[in-house]
Design a protein around this ligand. Structure first.
Ligand code: KG4
Ligand code: ZN
Length: 342
């Protein structure tokens, strides 16, 4: 135990979040979600950055107060540098820099995706959760990314499989939208699918080489099914909503899990973790757990509160960077795309 205090700040998409850790122990976590996007059926970048500007001061202030920590006790400020929406990232990055200059506190930049993966190492106040051992594989599924990542250490990770088009969450959100469901559609599909028959419809599954994913064909086949059926019966979607959701979700889970099994075999790795917003999905969690039981994996499912964007995961990733002396300079600008990120 080093007793290092890290303040984490996350603002990459539509949640403004701050968290305080003592080493890897969570002292506080505050998330302000932005309801403003719901009526548009997706995140509107300009509205997101404005909402971040309104939220960031009270969110950080509340996180420090709830942790019982004053700013002079903070050893480092960890902020999300990317990937994400540029305007949103800009708010968190600028705020972190201002706080750093004003209080003479070192800055640590964090890759948002490293945060999702390392969320498994945040310890809760009521006890330690089991941690994966290195190397482990993480299936990272969010609204913007779908990847299998081989994690060798908190800083050394390689993407061994990735989507060549849509992300899994994006596909679910888009299919939900054409069914007239509100944004984000993933959680609603999760709920409706429980009432439906997953064998009611057959949607296209991709044939992609190696460990890569594709979801655009599935999305198209879903759209065509709806178009043809609605042409015959205008109430088709309403009558079949649960079966449509169950069949769609089952296909997405099948696609995700089949490549994960392949990766685990190929690399001989049995510590398997799940991360990102879609890892809240109950069907995906149940399937990975069942595959894990069958294949003698140790399966690590994130706490539900760490599945969607949060600053605790940014703080823990920042903690490891801080320990290895990787501090950021004040000219670290936000980076919208992962590929450009070191
Ligand atoms: O990680 P995240 O909060 O933001 C990104 O970095 O993208 O992930 C958001 C995604 C959305 O596509 C949302 O529909 C999906 O996670 N999601 C879910 C569930 N909860 C959130 N998808 C399926 N089932 C859920 N329970
Ligand atoms: Zn995320």
């Amino acid at each position: 135990m080093e007793n290092i205090i890290i303040l984490g700040i996350e603002s990459s998409c539509d949640d403004t979040s701050a968290a305080v850790l003592r080493d890897t122990s969570l002292l506080s976590s505050v998330i302000a979600s932005q309801a403003v996007h719901e009526k548009y059926g997706g995140v509107i970048p300009e509205l997101a950055s404005r909402a971040h500007q309104q939220n960031i001061v009270p969110v950080v202030d509340t996180a420090l107060k709830e942790a019982g920590i004053t700013i002079d006790k903070v050893d480092a400020i960890a902020f999300t540098r990317g990937p994400g929406l540029l305007g949103s990232l800009m708010v968190g990055t600028s705020f972190a820099k201002g706080l750093s200059i004003a209080n003479n506190i070192p800055l640590v930049e964090v890759n948002h995706l490293h945060g999702h993966i390392l969320s498994h190492f945040v310890d809760l106040p009521d006890g330690e959760l089991p941690h994966p051992s290195y190397p482990f594989l993480c299936l990272l599924v969010s609204g913007g990314h779908t990847q299998i990542v081989k994690v060798d250490s908190p800083q050394t990770m390689s993407i061994i499989g990735t989507t060549i088009d849509d992300a899994a969450g994006e596909a679910l959100d888009k299919c939900a939208k054409v069914m007239g469901l509100p944004y984000p559609g993933g959680p609603i599909i999760d709920r409706l699918a429980k009432e439906g028959d997953s064998s009611a419809f057959n949607f296209a599954k991709p044939r992609v080489e190696g460990l890569n994913y594709s979801f655009s064909g599935l999305k198209t086949s879903f759209l065509y099914t709806l178009r043809d059926c609605v042409a015959e019966d205008a109430d088709f979607i309403e009558k079949n909503k649960c079966d449509l959701c169950a069949s769609l979700l089952d296909t997405v889970v099948d696609i995700l899990v089949s490549k994960l099994i392949k990766a685990a075999k190929q690399y001989g790795i049995r510590d398997i973790a799940l991360g990102g917003g879609v890892s809240a999905n109950s069907a995906l969690r149940a399937r990975i757990q069942a595959e894990g039981d069958k294949r003698h994996w140790r399966v690590f499912l994130p706490e539900l509160k760490f599945t969607t964007d949060n600053a605790a995961m940014i703080a823990v990733a920042g903690y490891y960077r801080y320990l290895s002396g990787e501090l950021s300079s004040l000219d670290a600008a936000p980076i919208a795309r992962y590929e450009e990120m070191i």
